[in-house]
Design a protein around this ligand. Structure first.
Ligand code: PLP
Length: 341
């Protein structure tokens, strides 16, 4: 298979139209078989549930080429499982988990020419999503839905090394207790746009959101979970019902315990204690872990001594181990690497 003529090393994290996408329609209480199609445009009712009442959720995962030349996806079953919980919370019909994984695989195979080569640092980002496509004017769930999967090649997250970022404590809340913070809903992102634009204008890379009820506990950023390392090398990740269960964070916790023999605590993290941590990182599919050097709390700077400028040693080891597992250089736990045949 001939690869597309793409400058893999200089891709950004942006959208590039690829050849094929998967589309399935839900109508009269059932999903159709779905198919790979050429048309990248979506045509729906002007009164579609997604357009009027934001009835939509999504997933994000990667395919890439391993050292031995295989095209693989990383833990797509967990994305399928998470999308199921998003759909249930938004009163959307579940797209069966096995068919979700197969749709992702079919899209990757059909766009194999866009899967970046091993060693380029680039990956193929896969975006499954679902939305209410049927008309609703009274507030209720749509009766018709579309499930789609497209993919786009994206560049290496860190060009020229992972420099630490400075983030700010947000005065906005990301998610309410008992709200939708634990599902991957578009609405969680719509409301984060104003805070992130403001943060960028002020020179910060991201927002740290605190729990909405007490504003004393660390939640997450707009699109990544926190991971902290104590001065004696223990990994700590915030536990909360209103953060998104990141697959990267859950994988890193496993790697920390089972591959690196580190102690891990998943617990509530008080904002008042973060100054005691040596390292801080943000976990998500795009960057795996990106280092946080400083948190600005209304002018007061909290600095993580071991990740102030660059990735700290524990964060770095975690990142190298997980990316090694993903790339086939380190043996993966059973079921983590899904080969696209
Ligand atoms: C997608 C997402 C993450 C990261 O999850 P991964 O499964 O690791 O990519 C973290 N926080 C939020 C709010 C997200 O939407």
């Amino acid at each position: 298979m001939e690869k597309k003529n793409i400058d893999w090393g200089n891709l950004s994290f942006g959208y590039m139209e690829t050849d094929k996408r998967f589309v399935a329609n839900y109508k009269n209480g059932a999903w159709d078989e779905g198919a790979l199609i050429d048309d990248s445009k979506v045509v729906i009712s002007e009164c579609a549930g997604v357009l009027q009442y934001a009835q939509t959720c999504f997933e994000g995962l990667k395919a890439y080429t391993t050292k031995d030349g295989k095209i693989v996806m990383f833990r797509p079953d967990l994305n399928a499982e998470r999308m199921e919980s998003s759909c249930k919370r938004l009163e959307m019909p579940v797209f069966p988990q096995d068919k979700f994984v197969k749709a992702c695989e079919d899209v990757v195979r059909a766009n194999a020419a866009y899967v970046p080569p091993f060693g380029s640092g680039a990956t193929l980002y896969i975006r499954p999503y679902m939305f209410g496509s049927g008309p609703v004017i009274g507030v209720k769930p749509s009766e018709e839905y579309q499930f789609r999967v497209f993919c786009t090649p994206v560049g290496p997250y860190f060009k020229g090394g992972a420099k630490s970022i400075t983030i700010k404590v947000s005065d906005f809340d990301r998610a309410a207790p008992h709200g939708t913070g634990n599902i991957k809903a578009g609405l969680n992102y719509a409301m984060s746009l104003h805070p992130i634009v403001q943060a960028h204008d002020e020179g910060f890379a991201e927002n740290m959101y605190l729990d909405a009820a007490t504003r004393t506990k660390v939640e997450e950023t707009g699109g990544a979970n926190f991971l902290f390392v104590t001065k004696d090398g223990k990994v700590v990740t915030p536990k909360s019902d209103s953060i998104l269960p990141s697959i990267t964070r859950r994988s890193l916790v496993y790697v920390a315990k089972e591959y690196l023999g580190l102690e891990v605590e998943e617990r509530e993290v008080l904002f008042s204690e973060i100054g005691d941590f040596a390292e801080c990182g943000l976990c998500g599919t795009a960057a795996v872990i990106s280092p946080v050097g400083r948190v600005n709390d209304h002018g007061r700077i909290i600095e993580f001594c071991d990740s102030a400028d660059e990735m700290g040693p524990v964060t770095k080891k975690l990142r190298e181990t997980l990316t090694g597992i993903q790339m086939g250089e380190i043996e993966a736990p059973k079921g983590w690497i899904y080969t696209v045949e």
